[in-house]
Design a protein around this ligand. Structure first.
Ligand SMILES: Nc1ncnc2c1ncn2[C@@H]1O[C@H](COP(=O)(O)OP(=O)(O)OP(=O)(O)O)[C@@H](O)[C@H]1O
Ligand SMILES: [Mg+2]
Length: 241
């Protein structure tokens, strides 16, 4: 369980500002939803936190360790965050077990330890019993859970989730919202969750940051945002969905 701090993060692509001066603290064990419309910069910010993208300016730290700052850029592997991508990106040629075990294998964990951790992660996402199937033998929702199990198997200090329920039907989404909330409580990890779906943010998160055109419009608890939306954009965005 760690505290993640973003200070003055900016990013532009080809002269276009995509993120503007983003400062956010995601306190230990909290579940922060980054909520905003398509194209507002959510995935870019998550990739910067993961270390897959370099910010143009700003600092990023985890407790007392600077991950990105003047002269410092910690690699994604060393950051060791769990990540579930917007497209679930499970490997088609690997079974469920192999997909989930992969992060442990590249970190050279012993076989017994690997087996135990994979079993625990699969149990948490209710995929036990499907270990030997390949992705094409699974439903979309099950594949999504494989990606989730792969994200949590290292029991990472921070879990980054990018619209992990976007491809599921309404019923499965509702079920997964409950499961993710339970998972957060069970593991007590710090979660940064990207979504454009306000229902997901309000049902699961302990804090919500509303982002628009690369800027944080409001950051607060779900209750604070509901009862005191900061400005016209937040009000309008919340009423539209
Ligand atoms: N590698 C890149 N090169 C150029 N422009 C990019 C790149 N990555 C993202 N962008 C642009 O940056 C903006 C923010 O993209 P980003 O993927 O962060 O949005 P998002 O909030 O995740 O959107 P969505 O909800 O649709 O996934 C978009 O206008 C996008 O076209
Ligand atoms: Mg995105």
């Amino acid at each position: 369980m760690k505290e993640l701090r973003l200070a003055g993060i900016s990013k532009s692509f080809g002269g276009t500002d995509v993120l503007r001066d983003i400062s956010l603290t995601i306190s230990r064990g909290s579940f922060l939803a980054l909520l905003g419309p398509s194209g507002c910069g959510k995935t870019t910010l998550l990739r910067i936190v993961a270390g897959l993208e370099t910010p143009g300016a700003g600092e990023l730290s985890l407790d007392d360790t600077v991950l990105y700052g003047p002269g410092i850029s910690v690699t994604p592997e060393t950051r060791g965050f769990g990540m579930v991508f917007q497209s679930y990106a499970v490997w088609p040629h690997m079974t469920v077990r192999e997909n989930v075990a992969y992060p442990l294998k590249i970190r050279r964990l012993a076989k017994q330890e690997r087996r135990e951790r994979v079993a625990r992660a699969l149990e948490l996402v209710h995929l036990d019993g499907l270990e030997d199937r390949f992705p094409h033998q699974l439903s979309g929702g099950q594949q999504q859970r494989v990606a989730l199990a792969r994200g949590i198997v290292m029991e990472p200090p921070v879990l980054l989730l990018d619209e992990p329920l976007s491809n599921l039907d309404a019923r499965l989404r509702a079920q997964m919202r409950r499961e993710l909330r339970d998972l957060h409580r069970a593991l007590g990890i710090t979660i940064l969750y990207v979504t454009h779906d306000q229902r997901e943010a309000f049902e699961m998160a302990t804090r919500i940051a509303i982002i628009n055109e690369g800027r944080i419009e409001q950051d607060g608890t779900p209750e604070e945002i509901r009862s005191r939306p900061a400005d016209g954009f937040v009000k309008e965005f919340l009423s539209e969905h």
